[in-house]
Design a binder for this molecule. Structure first.
Ligand code: SAM
Length: 219
């Protein structure tokens, strides 16, 4: 099997289980038109995040790495009426596209966007968040994990995206800064007595990758 078949299966599951209304389709179209990198989650992954929001009954969500706001939109849509997702983006061009996308999808009232470097913004936020989705610059993942824990409560779910990197994660000699960042992130997660964690590999239209999933324990 190759990426074409993985993508075809994603398409099949996506059409069945994560059908997108026009507003969601438009987000991806607008991102493309604005020439944003195609680094958004897939539709089935977006639906997975939405289900996690529902499952944890999250009303305060934190996302690190907004891009065009596609994953933000999936999670925002799953929030209760009073719920808010706070999302952090360093690139003002990405942020502008995201804002427009959320307005078109009528989700903007439940989204709190902060523009700037996540490591500058995180110390200004008030926790606790119920769910944290880490999906920005991977070299900083170890720092993001520390902040996610600081801004958590027992039971908070912390999801890390792109932890497989086409298998690169097992290369302990890698000079790739993203691989190094993810490896340190995984080691910190494993060693941290406050967390219970696992990681799941995925294949699909985004290639071979995966998520880490941690729950913050009762201290
Ligand atoms: N979560 C998005 C989705 O699935 O639709 C995709 C996010 S994309 C993988 C990563 C984003 O993180 C990019 O838009 C990038 O500009 C942003 N980013 C990179 N470094 C950052 C930093 N230091 N602080 C905040 N955002 C950052």
């Amino acid at each position: 099997p190759d990426i074409h078949q993985w993508a075809a299966v994603d398409d099949y599951f996506g059409r069945l289980l994560a059908p997108q209304d026009t507003a969601f389709e438009q987000i991806l179209q607008c991102n493309k038109k604005a020439q944003l990198p195609v680094h958004d989650v897939s539709a089935v992954q977006g639906k997975f995040l939405a289900l996690l929001v529902q499952l944890t009954k999250a009303s305060r969500v934190l996302e690190i790495g907004t891009l065009g706001g596609y994953s933000t939109a999936w999670m925002a849509k799953a929030l209760p009426a009073e719920g808010i997702i706070t999302t952090l983006e360093i690139n003002p061009d990405h942020a502008k596209v995201a804002r427009e996308n959320w307005r078109n999808a009528q989700l903007d009232k439940q989204i709190d966007l902060h523009i700037g470097s996540a490591l500058d913004i995180l110390p200004t936020l008030n926790g606790p968040f119920d769910l944290v989705f880490i999906d920005a610059d991977k070299p900083n993942n170890p720092r993001y994990l520390e902040w996610a824990i600081k801004l958590s409560r027992p039971g908070t779910l912390i999801i890390g995206d792109n932890v497989v990197r086409g298998g690169g994660v097992i290369d302990s000699d890698s000079s790739d800064l993203s691989v190094k960042g993810v490896r340190e992130f995984m080691s910190l997660m494993a060693a941290d007595p406050r967390l219970e964690s696992t990681a799941l590999q995925t294949v699909g239209e985004k290639g071979w990758d995966g998520f880490s999933i941690s729950i913050v324990k009762n201290q």
